[in-house]
Design a protein around this ligand. Sequence first.
Ligand code: ADP
Ligand code: MG
Length: 545
Amino acid sequence: TETVERHAFGAEVEQLLDLVVHALYSDREIFLRELVANAADATDRRRFEALTGKVPAAPADAKIRIAPDKAARTLTLTDSGIGMTKEELAANLGTIARSGTKAFSRALAADAPGGADKPSLIGQFGVGFYSAFMVADRVEVTSRHAGEDAAWTWASDGRGSYTLAPAEKEEAGTEIVLHLKSDADEFLEPIRLQHIVRKWADHVALPIVIASDGEETAGNEGTALWRKPKSEIDEEAYTAFYRHLSHNFDKPWATLHWRAEGATEFAALLFVPSMKPFMAVEDERRSRVRLHVRRMFISDEAELLPPWLRFVQGVVDTDDLPLNVSREMLQATPALARIRKAVTGRVMTELGNRAKNDAEGYAAFFEAFGPVLKEGIYEDVERRAEIAGLLRFKSSATEGWTSLADYIGRMKDGQSEIYYLVADDPEALARSPQLEGFKARGLEVLLLSDHVDAFWPDQLREFEGKALRSITQGNLDLSSFKPEGEPEAESGDVGAIVAALKEALGEEVADVRATDRLVDSAVVLASGEHGPDLQMQRLLRRAGR
Ligand code: ADP
Ligand code: MG
């Protein structure tokens, strides 16, 4: 009496399945994320439609159940979601209806460069429901649409066709049975399943349970702190989440939690650490802010912040992206570009406010992360000036930290340049003979000793119209500034000494000149007017150039 219908897959599905089945998978655990996401979506949809009375409500204790059966070598996922009618089973699981998967399969089919990376693309980003065929050689989906009596089973081995047959199902919702491939035993282990759920679906609101040996264990926490209103979260909860996320032990110095509405909607929860983490932030030059789509973890490689803000930890969660957003899409999609811009802007505003209102805290922040921030000067032309305003410096004239704006405020009459000196060692800097002439004239010099300091001043060039000038570079004329106190040095013999030195050094130097730079010391090295300054030359020598 049973009428089993056989249907061919759409051409696109077949192409996709072929790839899925034949790929080598590094991340094939992704299939579980995809199926859990579908179950969660279906439950949400049922809740929503129940509000308007279209379908009966889901049971109050609705959950997603994951049940491995070692004897039968099956993994069964059950939900109490909206379910699918016969027509929906055919349309949703027999064709590629969804734009995300469509774009994805087109990208895979087009023999784009990086074609060799296809398997890992599938693994990393999933291909929705069809991911099931990475681990199963037969999949049966039995579903009953909420509010209807009839249930149907969709079944396929992922090769060319699927069948549809009437079924019995007591409750509305969907049950998916995966007959696992011989090399997919790991997905029968409750511990392994637990681990996967924790990793990808920990923040799904619906309970996810792993059912094994007659016991159900909770798989997820379901908190998604960032989705809660701020008023419901206390400092302790923020700190606990920050520590969980960053593996740091400090308290966050800044906590930024907001919801963006408008063209692109997202929730963000970001933290600026109060201490430099043990793991040097310089090690890996990219932001690890986590991207979630509808609570589901997608990637910590979406580079939601530029590398020069990589010390910021946190989560961004948006509804405006498909779950299986591919690597290319992560780079190119306009929604993500908007999110990046908004999130970066927000962090910069916060840093600016704190620099203004919490000088002490900001100094500690800068001590820890200033060198990272400075990279932005040569990496981000657009934000260059803004970043420069956030920089802090040691100086020959002040204790503690000072800003470029404060330096300009202290400039002498007639001074048009911002003087700075770069060296490896902050101690050596303060004692450098290069400073003598400046100190004697009451001219302030910024003292730079971070490893990036040899690079960014040349890129920045100027701040608020004042040129930056390395004091080891070129022919500095300080003659318009009178030394304070001390009488002017006798300059009578200098001409003869200069000539003698030139003679003695010959080709070793480009030039020998009298200078205002010195007071007590006899000689000092300087570089040419347009070449690299001394610190840069040191670095180049070290690099063997
Ligand atoms: P996506 O979820 O991005 O739409 P999928 O390939 O994961 O793409 O799923 C295709 C479609 O199948 C879904 O849009 C949904 O309509 C349907 N579907 C999948 N799983 C379920 C489920 N557990 N309950 C109800 N519908 C589902
Ligand atoms: Mg899906």
